[in-house]
Ligand binder design. Sequence first.
Ligand code: SF4
Length: 212
Amino acid sequence: MTDPKIHKTYTSIPGFKFGMISPDKLEELAAIARKYEVPMLKVTGAQRISFLGIEPERLKELKAEFNLPDKPPHARNKVHHVQACPGEKWCKFGQQETMAMAEAIDALVLKGPLPYKVKVGISGCRMCCCESWVRDVGLVGGKNGWRFIFGGNAAGKPRIGDIVAENLSTDEAAQLVEKCLNFFIDTAKFKTRSARFMERFGIEELKKGILD
Ligand code: SF4
């Protein structure tokens, strides 16, 4: 039975991306959570932090103090679900710098709204801790650069993505992801996930469309 003292409220906290946080920032967040009597924090699937279960009046006060929007401000021509592992800078197995890659993907401004949700998984080596093979966009670091995978999905009908290109620099990978997502916008029907699109369209047709 649901505990009546638990409120089904939440708010995402801006400024926390790709699951990375400094000890100072974590203490700041903890102080805010204590001040507003937040009973639980959640590291979300998109590697952000949400405050959960806040008493509604306290939630209003918190949103007012930090100028938080009622709903996350989701520009429809951007990618919003970017996960990245610690990568070369922090992990002894890392072969590419994942944070630079994640920032480059996060900065992309596409030509229009995406047909549906696009999740991005960026892994710094072939061990794929960010499950890049089952994300709409997967990027996997290797010693010669990035492997770009498109059309993966881990949901109701899982699909392993297709390799689009390999041995890309960070800039080349970001440019190719942008080109691929713009092609997806032009070609896929509204509300089509990349996995279903790729089952119908096929990797060879995609390559013809986006590789020079
Ligand atoms: S994918 Fe590789 S680099 Fe990233 S956390 Fe896992 S082992 Fe480390």
